[in-house]
Design a protein around this ligand. Structure first.
Ligand code: ATP
Ligand code: MG
Length: 418
């Protein structure tokens, strides 16, 4: 074959697309009930936006970004995630001037140069939400409850909500020291990346995927033990509210996120039905990011759902794709032309109508009706045209209804209104 998709990049074709659309529709319906509005952000941004927010020593920035120079010599990057772009827009358009909370959601592709495998692609899609301007952990609980509702509404079961607090810039220096003390004597056994990160950003060592590093860091102190009074209170309240909202969750003090911007609440949703890539969604607070991007200090929290990870979990349970309301089966040239006209008129009434462009044998037209799953058929022959009457056959129940060749009447029968 001459041309193929790039490695780690996929086409989304029918019938799978209907699963995507159902997930998107279910998410939109739930976002609406919580007051989240859609935003569409560019796929390409200035590279420094991601370096600044995600962090220079993260895997994403160090290894995974699609970064290149455009023809004007600017360094640009295909977004590896949505939050940094969102905060850029939030500050650029002074969205903080609206009364808080300001709630937004987005859907779209992200790009990371990773090793492609099941559940890990180079172009992948996220549905994400961001809520701004509220420090209270009630918002944290609410957004986690909303995420839970979205995942449930699309039929996901057996999910585990792992929640933790990773502190703020007040508690982090103490924790950083404690972690460095723990790692210090073992450092020579860690990979080169970790050794480099030891001074630059030792917290990143907790996110390293190298098996030796995972082993060596066992027993490392957890940031939970080092939370300042404010973070501790925030975390306690969050747990209380999650209980109140009946979001089943577990506390995972070892949860680390791959991005530097998180503060306080961090969470990840995993599914036992998936293999190695079992995180279906993740998120957390980023109270310092707006400030960092030159806006007024504004707290924020968000999450992102990984579409490709949830599709295989619901492929079998989600509703079947829609099928045509009607197939018109013409017999003869004149009928075939009339069929074209009827189809056009019935479509303006909102029905999905398929017309056969060529008049083939009745048998082959019936085969087609079955193949495409037509809910109804009409056979349009010389007789029908002469009398101005047709039989509408309901292919599910087998019922046959006689009617005049009038699109209004036909539409009523097809809709089951007659
Ligand atoms: P992981 O640990 O699996 O690499 P991550 O921490 O890098 O995930 P986030 O940046 O938090 O992921 O993104 C949120 C969600 O997006 C993940 O939970 C996952 O479902 C999805 N996701 C992330 N990277 C990919 C990828 N390369 N391919 C498919 N989905 C992805
Ligand atoms: Mg990753």
């Amino acid at each position: 074959m001459k041309f193929k998709t790039l490695k780690g990049v996929q086409d989304i074709l029918p019938p799978d697309i209907s699963i995507w659309q159902q997930i998107e529709a279910a998410s939109r319906a739930i976002f609406k009930t919580y007051g989240y509005q859609e935003i569409r952000l560019p796929i390409i941004e200035s590279t420094d936006i991601f370096i600044r927010s995600i962090g220079e020593t993260t895997d994403i920035v160090e290894k995974e970004m699609y970064t290149f120079q455009d023809k004007g010599g600017r360094s640009v990057t295909l977004r590896p995630e949505g939050t940094a772009s969102f905060v850029r827009a939030y500050v650029e358009y002074h969205l903080y001037n609206e009364p808080p909370p300001q709630k937004f959601y987005y859907m779209g592709p992200m790009f990371r140069y990773e090793r492609p495998q099941a559940g890990r692609y180079r172009q992948f899609y996220q549905i994400g939400a961001e809520a701004m301007g509220v420090e209270d952990p009630k918002l944290d609980a609410e957004i986690i409850a909303m995420l839970s509702k979205i995942l449930k509404s699309i039929g996901l079961a057996g999910l585990n909500f792992e929640v933790t607090s990773i502190g703020c810039k007040e508690c982090r220096p103490d924790y950083r020291e404690a972690l460095k003390n723990f790692l210090h004597d073992k450092l020579s056994g860690f990979c080169n990346d970790c050794q480099r990160r030891f001074e630059l950003n030792p917290l990143r060592i907790l996110d390293c995927k190298v098996p030796d590093c995972i082993n060596l860091r066992k027993g490392a102190p957890s940031v939970i033990a080092y939370l300042c009074a404010d973070c501790k209170e925030h975390f306690e309240k969050l747990k209380h509210y999650l209980g109140m909202l009946k979001v089943p969750h577990t506390i995972n003090p070892n949860l680390v996120r791959g991005l530097d911007y998180y503060t306080k609440t961090a969470f990840e949703v995993t599914s036992e039905s998936l293999g190695a890539q079992k995180a279906v969604a993740a998120g957390g607070r980023y109270d310092g990011m707006v400030d960092d991007f030159g806006g007024p200090p504004t707290p924020g929290i968000g999450f992102a759902i990984g579409m490709e990870r949830i599709i295989p979990l619901i492929r079998d349970s989600i509703g079947k794709p829609e099928t045509p309301d009607l197939l018109i089966c013409p017999l003869g040239q004149e009928a075939s032309e009339k069929g074209l006209l009827f189809a056009e008129q019935l479509r303006t009434r909102g029905l999905w109508v398929e017309a056969n462009y060529e008049s083939t044998s009745l048998k082959s037209q019936m085969r087609k009706a079955n193949r495409i799953g037509a809910k109804n058929i009409i056979v349009l022959g010389e007789d029908e045209l002469k009398k101005g009457e047709v039989l509408v056959k309901d292919m599910i129940s087998g019922t046959v209804t006689k009617t005049s060749l009038d699109t209004g009447e036909l539409a009523k029968i097809i809709r089951g209104e007659k």
